[in-house]
Design a protein around this ligand. Structure first.
Ligand SMILES: Nc1nc2c(c(=O)[nH]1)N[C@H]1C(S)=C(S)[C@@H](COP(=O)(O)OP(=O)(O)OC[C@H]3O[C@@H](n4cnc5c(N)ncnc54)[C@H](O)[C@@H]3O)O[C@H]1N2
Ligand code: MOO
Length: 390
């Protein structure tokens, strides 16, 4: 058994960032920017009014001063004439500041009669002008790699970048194994259950940018497993679920070895997730996840998601560990790093009483995985502990 951090390093060494592809801006959200994006324009492209009011010369401003309104500047419709002494222009938010003037008085601070405005007594010093290039300038960059969120998409649009270079989505083949499994919607036999963790894992990985392919459930025979493996062609990452342990029907490792898998490691000192295996198979990375639903999904969080992120060109690193106080005591931990299903709120972190790796209900109620180091002693309320946010 190797430690979790070592297993993760082995996994990262199995992959490299995938190729770059171009997508329209509308499809860029959530994708990973693969090359620096360079602004093709300056924003705002001109000095612009930030308020509705009147544009005039700061040097002419004094209490009760009067100005004649000689024109109008609106967003999309600038004022191109000249503005003489004692004159001003009606201006609206977003309009270019006309030449000759350098101050916008907001309309609340003037009294208007016909073509004349009179300034009120109290006018602040703020000119209400957004300088050209105040947001970004032509040539400014959004650095890659970066997962593009909604503000990034808006920024790319403002920079007039309509086609975005992103890393190709990794294709992940997900294969459930086991005679006991049927698909959701089917009628299970008396000895059967519904395949669940494949669906959870697919959801988990699609949410971070993978394209998943669900391989038909493989029965517990070498021939069925070989057929299922044959359907994983073209995948960048092959994930099997179940059949990873030491039982007579746990055939994934021997069959994968027969198909030429170069094993990187087998068994990790963690709980749940001990019988994890990984390696390379026919040009793809392969991970064998344990079958217990919680084990598979915890390994999905701790190992597979960071691996998919590395394939997307993001920095190869473990999921961030946060820290908070315990809101309920904990007994001493055993020899494996324990990822305990827990709930975190402003009072602190509380592990659920039941931690069996088959309990999807407990996982579904968790919003954190409390991480206990191997041999961690008993902990009291108020002790600082590490966790992964779910
Ligand atoms: N003698 C030992 N027995 C076991 C050990 C051990 O060290 N010595 N390890 C235990 C641990 S820890 C785990 S985890 C499991 C992992 O076993 P497998 O990876 O071989 O998984 P299976 O036996 O195929 O299944 C375990 C469990 O999960 C259910 N399962 C499997 N696939 C799915 C699926 N796609 N959806 C929902 N449920 C699934 C399966 O029916 C079993 O109940 O081994 C322990 N045993
Ligand atoms: O991986 Mo197993 O879940 O430790 O029960």
């Amino acid at each position: 058994m190797i430690p979790v951090a070592e297993a993760l390093e082995h996994l990262f060494s199995l992959v490299t960032p995938l190729e770059v592809e171009s997508v329209p801006l509308r499809q860029a959200a959530g994708r990973v920017l693969a090359r620096d994006a360079v602004a093709t324009r300056t924003q705002p492209p001109f000095d612009a009014s930030s308020m509705d009011g009147y544009a005039l010369r700061r040097s002419e401003m004094e209490p009760d001063a009067m100005f004649k309104v000689v024109g109008e500047a609106a967003a999309g419709h600038g004022f191109s004439g000249r503005i003489g002494p004692g004159q001003c222009v009606r201006i609206f938010t977003g309009a270019p500041i006309p030449q000759d003037v350098d101050f916008v008085v907001i309309q609340e601070d003037v009294t208007r009669r016909g073509d004349l405005i009179t300034l009120n007594r109290e006018i602040g010093d703020k000119d209400n002008i957004r300088p050209a290039g105040g947001d970004f300038k032509r040539g400014d960059v959004i650095k890659a790699p970066r997962r593009l969120g909604a503000p990034d998409v808006a920024l790319l649009a403002a920079m007039n970048i309509a086609i975005v270079p992103v890393t190709r989505r990794p294709i992940v083949a997900i294969m459930a194994t086991g005679d006991e499994l049927v698909m959701p919607g089917e009628v299970p036999g008396a000895d059967q259950i519904i395949a669940s963790n494949t669906f959870g894992l697919a959801a988990q990985l699609e949410a971070i940018g993978a394209e998943t392919r669900m391989i038909p459930i493989a029965r517990d025979t070498p021939a069925a497993l070989k057929t299922a493996f044959a359907l994983t062609g073209g995948a960048d990452l092959i994930i099997t679920i179940g059949g990873a342990s030491v039982g007579d029907h746990d055939l994934v490792a021997p069959v994968a070895a027969e198909l030429g898998m170069e094993q990187s490691f087998y068994k990790v000192a963690m709980r749940p997730g001990k019988p994890l295996m990984a390696g390379r198979l026919k040009g793809a990375a392969m991970i064998g996840l344990p079958g217990n639903p919680v084990s598979a999904l915890v390994c999905g969080t701790v190992f597979v998601a960071p691996l998919v992120c590395a394939m997307l060109g993001l920095p190869a690193r473990a999921m961030a560990r946060l820290q908070t106080q315990l809101a309920a005591p904990l007994p001493a931990n055993g020899p494996r790093e324990h990822y305990m299903r827990a709930s975190v709120d402003p009072e602190g972190l509380r592990a659920f009483d039941r931690q069996d790796s088959s309990l999807l209900t407990v996982l579904a109620h968790s919003n954190a995985l409390l991480v206990r180091p191997p041999h961690d002693p008993a902990r009291a309320v108020g002790d600082t502990v590490s966790y992964l946010a779910l």
